[in-house]
Structures are given as C-alpha cells and as structure tokens.
Design a protein around this ligand. Structure first.
Ligand code: PSU
Ligand code: MN
Length: 308
C-alpha cells in the first residue's frame, strides 16, 4: 500500500509522532479558482491549518502515486499546469496507471487520506445530489465515498447549486453522521444556511472528536461530516445567490454541460455573474473551514493520546 503514496516529509514526521494532520483536496486548486488566486488560496488554507496547530497535507496524483503533502512547487504546478484531469473515486486506478497529474476531488482525496492514516479532511463544499437528479441521476461520488473512507470531512455544507434537501436525505440513507459545529442549519457554502437542519449539533470540538471515536469504535464503516458555516461578514445573500444560480443552471443546460464538467462550469458562471464576489467568499470559506478542521484534528489527537 505504502508504495502508492508519496508522503511529504513534514506530514510523515507528524503522522509518526501522532500529531494532528489535516488532508486537503486539489480540485479546488486546478478547477475551482483562477490563477494566481488558486495558488495563493492553497497556501492560505495551509497557513490556517498550521495556525490551528496541525500540519496540512494537500493531496493530488502525480507520477503514478498519490502525493500526500504537496510542497509549494507542487502546488504551483497544480495551479498553473491547466488541463489537469479532475479525479474522482472511479478515476483513481486509471490515472495511477497512466502516471500523469490528477486533481483529487473530495472523494479521491479521502481515499488517499485513509491510506495515509489521516482522520481529518477539510473542504469548503462537498459534492452532493444535483438539482434534477431524478432525471439525470447526477449524484456526486463524494457522498458514496463517505461510506468507504474512515475520514471526518469538515465543510461549510455543500453549494446551493445542488439540491441540499436531497443531499441530506441521501446522507441519511447512507448512514453518514452530519454534525453541525455551533450551527443548527446545514450551511450552503457561500451562504450561512440551506434552510435545512443538521441532524446533530455539537458545540465543542472534543465532543465531536468523541462522536467520531464512537462511530468508529462501533465498527461503522466510512466517515462523518462536520459542518461549519461561512462567517457572517463574508456570507453572500441567499436570495440573490438563488437568482444567480438559476441563471447559471439555465446557461449550463443551454450549453449542454453535464457530468463532471457541471460543477466547475457553474462555479465559473456564478463567479462571473457576481463579479468575483463568489470567488472572494469561496476563498474566505475555504480558510475558515480549514481552521476548524485544524482545531478538530488537534482535539482528535488529544483524545487518542488520553485513551492510550
Ligand atoms: N466545491 C467547490 N469547488 C470545487 C468542488 C467543490 O467549491 O471545485 C469540487 C470538489 O473537489 C468536489 C467536486 O469533490 O467538486 C464534486 O464534483 P462532482 O459533483 O462532479 O462529484
Ligand atoms: Mn456528477
């Protein structure tokens, strides 16, 4: 197994010493934001993890291996190379065999985190059930991967380009715990609330760490979601975003965009329609989520130490 993952030195040292580590994805670098905002944001996310007392491990695929803990040159490469394929669960084997670069989504990043023994991952917004999924069957592999990889995913919910009510229903069916950290509602990425409640709310991180332990001690497979919303100061107005998203969805439909291309297409359309306000909010929520993930990784490492 080990030869499939190339673990950066700082991450390897932290893992060997049971210190907290937070895994991070690379699709947001390659497809989520334009250059140079993507590279700057990736570095700022890593700093937020460090400020919380944990070690960041940005994940991608290169030269037939998972890279777990990119250095700044690798982050720059992912930010500038262009045309790096978006790799979800089903694409891992072929891209490993092909030996090229691959930008990992939430789903494929948590596969690597699990292999490396990193129990906490951070992203701004998970994939979910797309609007109109009753017709298209478009449901992100992120959701299914949560039942397979033993990793806690800290996020600001999922983007409102998705159907968040159906996303929560699907997570319930799959048996994935969803715990709001100091928030009643499942957040909607740029917006503080989706209008749907988190099934659980817990107000301190040691309690969330204990809940994760409970899930895993019970022998349940997979991971859990921990949600934390964008700050009030950075949040965008829900009604306005709803309008912008409806227009972006109509444009995607008219252009015949579907499948894995739809998420990056909508992100770009929304960013253009909001004259960059959504990209600014995206950066803010990536950073605030990473900080919470760092704090959770610290709490989880502390709990493990106490139990030894
Ligand atoms: N959220 C964002 N930007 C992104 C993504 C999510 O704000 O680029 C990416 C994540 O990597 C997520 C993926 O795992 O989109 C989901 O894509 P799909 O719906 O095709 O599974
Ligand atoms: Mn899809």
């Amino acid at each position: 197994m080990k030869q499939l993952i190339d673990v950066g030195e700082e991450v390897a040292d932290a893992l060997a010493e049971h210190r907290p580590v937070v895994a991070l994805e690379s699709t947001v670098i390659a497809h989520g934001l334009p250059y140079p905002a993507n590279a700057e944001t990736a570095i700022a996310i890593e700093k937020a993890v460090r400020d919380a007392g944990a070690v960041p491990a940005t994940i991608g695929l290169a030269r037939g291996k998972f890279v777990v803990g990119m250095d700044s040159a690798q982050i720059e490469e992912f930010a500038t190379a262009g045309r790096i394929p978006k790799v979800s669960s089903r694409d891992i084997g072929p891209v490993l065999a092909g030996g090229g670069l691959g930008a990992t989504t939430v789903a494929s990043s948590i596969v690597a985190a699990d292999l490396a023994g990193i129990p906490v991952f951070s992203t701004a917004g998970i994939g979910g059930v797309h609007r109109g999924a009753g017709e298209t069957f478009d449901i992100s592999a992120d959701l299914v991967q949560f039942t397979r990889s033993r990793v806690a995913v800290v996020c600001a919910g999922a983007k409102s380009i998705l159907d968040l009510g159906l996303t929560l229903e699907y997570l319930e069916t799959l048996g994935v715990p969803v715990m709001g950290y100091r928030c009643d509602d499942f957040p909607a990425f740029y917006c503080r609330s989706s209008g749907f409640a988190n099934p659980q709310r817990l107000d301190d991180l040691p309690a969330i760490a204990a809940a994760l332990r409970g899930h895993w001690d019970a022998g349940l497979p997979g991971g859990a979601l921990v949600t934390h919303p964008i700050s009030e100061a950075d949040a965008l107005d829900s009604d306005h975003m709803e309008q912008v998203i409806a227009e972006a969805l109509a444009a995607a439909e008219a252009a015949g965009v579907r499948g894995p291309a739809i998420t990056p297409y909508l992100m770009k359309a929304v960013s253009q329609a909001t004259e960059g306000a959504s990209a600014t909010a995206n950066r803010a929520v990536l950073i605030s989520t990473a900080r919470v993930a760092g704090e959770l990784a610290v709490a989880y490492a502390d709990l493990n130490r106490e139990q030894q």
